[in-house]
Design a protein around this ligand. Structure first.
Ligand code: FSO
Ligand code: SF4
Length: 542
């Protein structure tokens, strides 16, 4: 196997024996093949569009789900991935028959192997199949961006949000990744175009979320526990949460959020559920201890799943793109509904969660809430009470070096405000009291999930307008972003598309950036790494 798509890749180079995430070689092989056949399908759908023929939403959704399934910490179930390869091949065969011309299609468009061929084929279609280091780097950078974009699209799709132009781009980009005639320049242009669609994808999801659940608003989220048995819901899918909350009404079972589901509490619509009681635990990587102590069933709606310990594995349910052998998977019915009865019945027999902590988190500072405070914010900037905003969005992870982010937050001068989104927040969100506020504005403003980084961009664009600036980089905003998996890649590409420069990316730069590609990013966008808290505060804050 060879995989280097996430920040924790072995030795900052690549996982070759087994994934640091727990992904086994036989699963990695099927993920590689799934990407390959999805590219082949995309070459066919792109040709169909060129011939003026329609591609169904069902096919578009198949492509996005395939990409999502291969994201870090989503699916460890080889059989589930094999089933997706088979479905993709069969859909592709049907679409091929609709083409007027198959001339010039790539090999992947025609490949239709039998399951007994899958392992042999997978060996030749992985990351290392591209020999040129720079072409490989750009192809993977784009692929990972598309995976992140697909994840956000999927969440929008389940809420009825559709944008055919994004699907057409994703599929055309995937098919172009098969084209050996594309130069490094062509691929660099495609990378930037991916960022453009990243913005569109996050806007689509933002609209779908707020359209259904209202605009996030200032909210206090409890961190303690109640006496009832409960279900813990993790991941990013708000529709799954809505269905779970509906189905748990009147059952005596409470619902807690975990990890990236925390921001669901900020949406007005979810406040009507009395059994939606609080947030339990921290970012994804602490789940081995926390799921154990939760005592009840846990629902993983998306990544990040850590291979569960036997002691609580039977309580872990997966749905959507997530899968793990031996963990029950809740499938959606044809109309998209899901039946969470098995979790509810299990919860009733489980003890209530063991309390991990007490207190609260204050969040809900997505763009509309910040716009509502705009006068106060602008005044604070004009008076010098706020010297700088520091965007610290992105992901959290296991590496000890990530303690840097806690130390950085603590060491920031008192006239700075942190804008956060994504699970990166867990490195400092519980320090809110210690970090204090500036004239009533908390010094850590949480916009929401990683996709809500888009909201942070909207805040920046609004401030640019209010202050009458020509360039978003003239604002008193600096970016110190932590990344882990591929959703952070699309967030980064989206920020680059919006013209944001000088982003610091840590705790390490992606292993998939070749020295030449890294050089392009440094020279054109001023992207840099991190060093140590003291020096970085001097560089970023002055
Ligand atoms: Fe985190 Fe995992 Fe949201 Fe990611 S839980 S690491 S960037 O899946 O998606 O922030
Ligand atoms: Fe390694 Fe990350 Fe790939 Fe897992 S997702 S195999 S940890 S590079």
């Amino acid at each position: 196997m060879f995989c280097f798509q996430c920040q924790e890749t072995a030795g900052c180079k690549g996982c070759t024996q087994v994934g640091v995430c727990g992904k086994k070689p036989e699963v990695a092989a099927m993920q590689d093949l799934l990407i390959y056949v999805t590219k082949g399908l995309s070459a066919v759908t792109t040709r169909l569009r060129a011939e003026g023929k329609k591609v169904s939403a069902q096919v578009n959704h198949l492509v996005t789900l395939n990409l999502f399934v291969t994201i870090t910490n989503a699916n460890f179930d080889r059989e589930a991935i094999v089933a997706r390869i088979r479905e993709t091949l069969s859909v592709k065969q049907e679409l091929l028959s609709r083409l007027d011309s198959k001339e010039g299609l790539p090999e992947a468009a025609g490949w239709n192997g039998d399951p007994s061929d899958f392992d042999a084929k997978a060996k030749g279609v992985g990351v290392l199949a591209t020999e040129n280091e720079d072409v490989r780097s750009l192809r993977e950078l784009i692929t990972y961006g598309l995976k992140g974009l697909a994840a956000y699209e999927k969440h929008a799709n389940v809420l009825g949000g559709e944008d055919e132009s994004i699907d057409a781009f994703v599929q055309s980009a995937l098919s172009r990744l098969l084209d050996d005639s594309l130069t490094a320049e062509d691929l660099t242009a495609l990378t930037l175009e991916t960022g453009k669609y990243g913005v569109a994808g996050m806007a689509l999801l933002g609209k779908a979320n707020t359209g259904r659940y209202g605009n996030p608003e200032l909210t206090k989220v409890s961190l303690g526990v109640c006496k009832n048995p409960a279900i813990l819901i993790s991941g990013h899918d708000l529709k799954d949460l809505e269905m779970l909350l509906e189905q748990t009404q009147g059952t005596g079972v409470d619902v807690y959020t975990h990890g990236e589901m925390l921001p669901a509490h900020y949406y007005p619509k979810f406040k009507k559920y009395a059994n939606f009681v609080g947030n339990y635990g921290n970012a994804w990587w602490k789940q081995k201890e926390e799921f154990e102590q939760f005592n009840g069933p846990v629902l993983l709606t998306t990544n990040c799943l850590v291979p569960p310990k036997d002691s609580y594995k039977s309580r872990v349910f997966t749905t959507g793109a997530v899968g793990f052998p031996g963990c029950p998977h809740i499938d959606a019915a044809a109309d998209g509904t899901k039946d969470f009865t098995p979790l509810i019945e299990m919860a009733k027999k489980c003890p209530a969660p063991t309390e991990l902590e007490q207190g609260q988190i204050v969040g809900g500072f997505a763009h509309e809430q910040v716009f509502a405070l705009a006068d106060k914010v602008v005044e604070a900037v004009k008076s010098g009470a706020i010297r700088k905003f520091v965007v610290m969005a992105g992901c959290d992870g296991r590496m000890k070096s990530r303690e840097y982010y806690t130390e950085f937050a603590k060491a920031l001068p008192k006239d700075t405000v942190i804008l956060t989104a994504g699970c990166a927040k867990y490195k400092y969100i519980k320090l809110q009291e210690e970090l204090g506020d500036i004239g009533g504005i908390p010094r850590v403003l949480d916009a929401g999930q990683c996709n809500d980084s888009y909201s942070l961009a909207l805040i920046a664009l609004k401030l640019k307008e209010v202050f009458g600036l020509a360039d978003v980089n003239e604002l008193p905003i600096v970016y110190n972003i932590a990344w882990y998996e591929q959703k952070a890649v699309i967030v980064l590409l989206a920020l680059l598309h919006l013209g944001v420069k000088n982003i610091h990316l840590g705790p390490t730069l992606p292993a998939f950036l070749s020295p030449n590609v890294a050089k392009v990013l440094v020279e054109n966008f001023g992207i840099g790494g991190i060093t140590n808290v003291e020096d970085d505060i001097r560089t970023m804050i002055g």
